[in-house]
Design a protein around this ligand. Structure first.
Ligand SMILES: NC(=O)c1ccc[n+]([C@@H]2O[C@H](COP(=O)([O-])OP(=O)(O)OC[C@H]3O[C@@H](n4cnc5c(N)ncnc54)[C@H](O)[C@@H]3O)[C@@H](O)[C@H]2O)c1
Length: 268
C-alpha cells in the first residue's frame, strides 16, 4: 500500500463487517484514521483488535439522528477534521415477492427497509455537512446493482436502492462545489447482509448464491468485499477524482453487458 490517505479522516457506517469493513481496512492501510458507526460490542472489539487507535468505533443505530451526529462529533473531536463520509449500513429484503407481503404489514416492512437504507444515509450526510464543507471533502455512498436493475432483491430493497440514485444526484447538485457526492454500486458480494431487525435471515445462508451470481455476470465470480474497496479510495481523493461528482461507479462483474445471460465461455 502506498499510503495515499495519510492525514485523511473518514467515517464509515456499518463498517464492522462486510463491504464497510473492507473499506475501513483499506482506508487504514492507506494511512487514514476512521470513525466507524457499528451496532455491536463484537464489531468494536474486532475493529480495535485489528486497527488499534487508527479506528474509533462508535456504537449506534443509523436510523437515529443523535447516533449519526455522535459519530461525526466523536470523530472530529478525536482527529480534528472529516474528509470522507461513507454511508454504507444496509438491510436486505431477501427478494420477497411484493404479493407475498400482506397489505396490513406493507407500511411497516417498507419502514424497516427505508429507515436503514435511505433515512440512515440522509441522516449521516446531514450530520457530516459542516466538517465536510470545511475540508472540501466528499461523500461516497454504497449503492447496489439494485440501484439500476430489478431482480437482485424484492420491491422494497430495489426501490430503496433506486431512491439513493436520486439522493446522490440531488446532493451532488446542492452541495457543490465544496462537497463532492459519489457512490460505489457493488453487485453480488460475499457478505452476511441481513434483513431488518428481527428478520433473522442472512445472505450468507442463501444456498447457491455464489453460483447464481457467478452464472449471471460476465466476469463469472461472486465478489469479495475487498474487490470494491479501492474505488472508495479513488472517489475519496480530490487528487484522483477532483472533477467527479454525482458519479456512481459500478463494481458488479459487468451485469450491464450480459444481455440476459452470461456469455458461455465454451462458445467464446
Ligand atoms: N452483499 C451484497 O451482495 C451487496 C450488493 C450490493 C450492495 N450491498 C450493500 O452494501 C452495504 C453493506 O452491506 P454488506 O453486504 O456488507 O452486509 P453486512 O451485513 O456485512 O454489512 C451491513 C452493516 O450494516 C450494519 N447495520 C445494519 N443495520 C444497521 C443500523 N440500523 N444501524 C447501524 N448499522 C446497521 C450491520 O451491522 C452491518 O455491519 C449495504 O448497503 C448493502 O445494501 C451489498
Amino acid at each position: 500500500m502506498t499510503g495515499r490517505l495519510q492525514g485523511h479522516v473518514a467515517i464509515v457506517t456499518g463498517g464492522g463487517k462486510g463491504i464497510g469493513r473492507a473499506v475501513v481496512d483499506r482506508f487504514v492501510a492507506e494511512g487514514a484514521r476512521v470513525g466507524v458507526l457499528v451496532r455491536s460490542e463484537t464489531d468494536v472489539r474486532s475493529l480495535t483488535t485489528q486497527h488499534g487507535d487508527h479506528v474509533l468505533p462508535i456504537i449506534g443505530d443509523v436510523r437515529n439522528w443523535a447516533d449519526n451526529l455522535a459519530a461525526v462529533e466523536a470523530t472530529t473531536e478525536r482527529w480534528g477534521r472529516l474528509d470522507t463520509l461513507i454511508p454504507n449500513a444496509g438491510v436486505y429484503d431477501f427478494s420477497d415477492r411484493f404479493e407475498s407481503i400482506p397489505g396490513e404489514t406493507l407500511a411497516e416492512r417498507w419502514r424497516e427497509i427505508f429507515e436503514v437504507n435511505v433515512q440512515g444515509y440522509l441522516l449521516a450526510a446531514r450530520a457530516g455537512l459542516e466538517p465536510l464543507r470545511a475540508s472540501r471533502g466528499s461523500i461516497v455512498f454504497t449503492l447496489s446493482s439494485s440501484s439500476f436493475y430489478a431482480g437482485g432483491g424484492g420491491t422494497l430493497y430495489v426501490s430503496s436502492k433506486h431512491a439513493l440514485v436520486g439522493t446522490v444526484r440531488q446532493l451532488a447538485y446542492e452541495l457543490a462545489p465544496e462537497i463532492r457526492v459519489n457512490a460505489v454500486a457493488p453487485g453480488g458480494t460475499r457478505t452476511g447482509l441481513r434483513g431488518a431487525d428481527g428478520d433473522g435471515r442472512s445472505l450468507a445462508e442463501i444456498e447457491g448464491f455464489d453460483a447464481m451470481v457467478a452464472r449471471n455476470v460476465p466476469l463469472g465470480f461472486l465478489s469479495e468485499p475487498r474487490d470494491h474497496a479501492g474505488l472508495y479510495v479513488t472517489l475519496a481523493l480530490r487528487s484522483e477524482s477532483g472533477f467527479v461528482t454525482s458519479e456512481i461507479i459500478r463494481s458488479d462483474g459487468g451485469i450491464e453487458v450480459r444481455g440476459g445471460r452470461r456469455k458461455n465461455r465454451e462458445q467464446a
